[in-house]
Design a protein around this ligand. Structure first.
Ligand SMILES: C[S@@+](CC[C@H](N)C(=O)[O-])C[C@H]1O[C@@H](n2cnc3c(N)ncnc32)[C@H](O)[C@@H]1O
Length: 353
């Protein structure tokens, strides 16, 4: 089957397609790895991709490295990867069908001059016919923790992909880089890239694709205090920044204050690639007067934000919109619930990124 939308001209089966790294991400990571190594004076890059799947990362790596050794234990997947390499065409990839743990890394390192390792373990497994996302590093295929321990004795400079929800408690220093991008059907996606050895540059970093702006920081114990009340404008922070815990750094960069874990606020309007949405605050209301206040600003449709169960969300939205409909309200208004629902923030989205 040929999928051309996200993965251009690529041959794969459905699982291979679902598991493949999108082009925009694969190309960015490959370039990032090669630049980190070049910064260290390493220009002859020979890398092993330990579980190459249909080859999207291996192909991206082949464009910026001298040589790629692409391994996968699945015969079918590897056949697709080989076909894709022929289409590209890439001549600097060697494919091996094998369980990575059966490889003699020491010998391969000598034979091919391997000086870096890459892996994108399977984190979307099929259970009862449905895809299930795995965030536990020990449950991926191959097991990410075992893979790191297996490789680290021979190859120190490693780049390993993981779920953005993965808890990383390793006895090895690593950089946690969270990459955000817009996936299929406009879905916001976030991925964790772990850099080990000399590939580690920061403690944690965040990037939004397309684009190359990076924010980075260290584990910060002195977090800036949250404001009790938002200022005139509110900014929803991109998930990659929230996951990296880099709200302080983003607040400094954009001259904003932190309102909550997921929102920054400012008196003067500002913009950033790291904002998901920007809102103008129109008012604050208690629950009792919410409808009256919404009527005053010509609200027709509402979006509810905050901790609310899906059934409650639909019920509350329908109840409010049914009343507003009678008054011909036209505006789409966002309401932000607080824990007690006594200070509901009312805002209007300025634009989308
Ligand atoms: C997420 S996919 C890789 C996708 C790939 N990065 C791409 O863009 O096409 C993970 C791959 O790991 C392979 N795999 C799982 N366990 C493995 C093992 N022990 N040795 C080698 N490959 C393995 C699976 O067959 C699967 O193709």
């Amino acid at each position: 089957m040929k999928y051309k939308k996200i993965l251009k001209k690529i041959n794969c089966d459905e699982i291979g397609y679902e598991s493949a790294t999108p082009d925009i991400v694969a190309n960015f990571i490959a370039k990032d790895i090669s630049e980190r190594l070049r910064d260290l004076g390493i220009t002859n890059i020979n890398i092993i991709d330990c579980c190459c799947g249909i080859g999207n990362d291996a192909l991206a790596l082949s464009k910026v490295c001298n040589f790629v050794l692409a391994v996968d234990k699945d015969k079918e997947r590897l056949k697709y990867a080989e076909k894709n390499a022929k289409i590209s065409p890439c001549k600097n990839i060697k494919f091996i069908c094998e369980d990575v743990f059966n490889l003699d890394i020491k010998n391969l390192k000598e034979e091919y001059g391997l000086n870096a390792a890459f892996a994108d373990p399977q984190r979307r497994l099929i259970e009862n016919g449905k895809f299930k996302r795995i965030s536990n590093l020990a449950e991926t295929s191959p097991d990410t923790i075992n893979l790191i321990n297996f490789l680290r004795t021979e190859i120190h400079d490693m780049c390993i992909l993981a779920s953005s929800n993965a808890e990383v408690n390793l006895d090895l220093p690593c950089e946690k880089e969270y990459i955000g991008w817009t996936g299929r059907k406009g879905k916001r996606e976030t991925l964790l890239v772990m850099y080990f050895g000399n590939l580690k540059k920061y403690e944690k970093s965040a990037i939004v694709l397309p684009g190359s702006d990076r924010i980075y920081g260290i584990e910060n114990k002195n977090k800036e205090k949250f404001l009790d009340k938002p200022l005139k404008y509110l900014y929803e922070i991109k998930d990659c920044v929230v996951k990296a815990g880099l709200q302080n750094e983003l607040a400094k960069l954009t001259e904003c204050k932190i309102w909550t874990e997921k929102f920054l606020t400012s008196e003067k309007i500002t913009e950033s690639n790291f904002f998901e949405n920007r809102f103008k605050i129109l008012g604050i209301s208690d629950k009792k007067n919410l409808i009256e206040n919404l009527k005053k600003i010509n609200a027709g449709k509402i979006v509810i934000r905050g901790k609310i169960m899906p059934e409650e969300y639909t019920k509350m939205k329908n109840e409010i919109e049914d009343i507003l409909e009678k008054f011909n309200g036209k505006e789409k208004i966002h309401i932000f619930l607080d824990d007690k629902n006594d200070k509901i923030l009312i805002g209007k989205c300025i634009d989308f990124y």
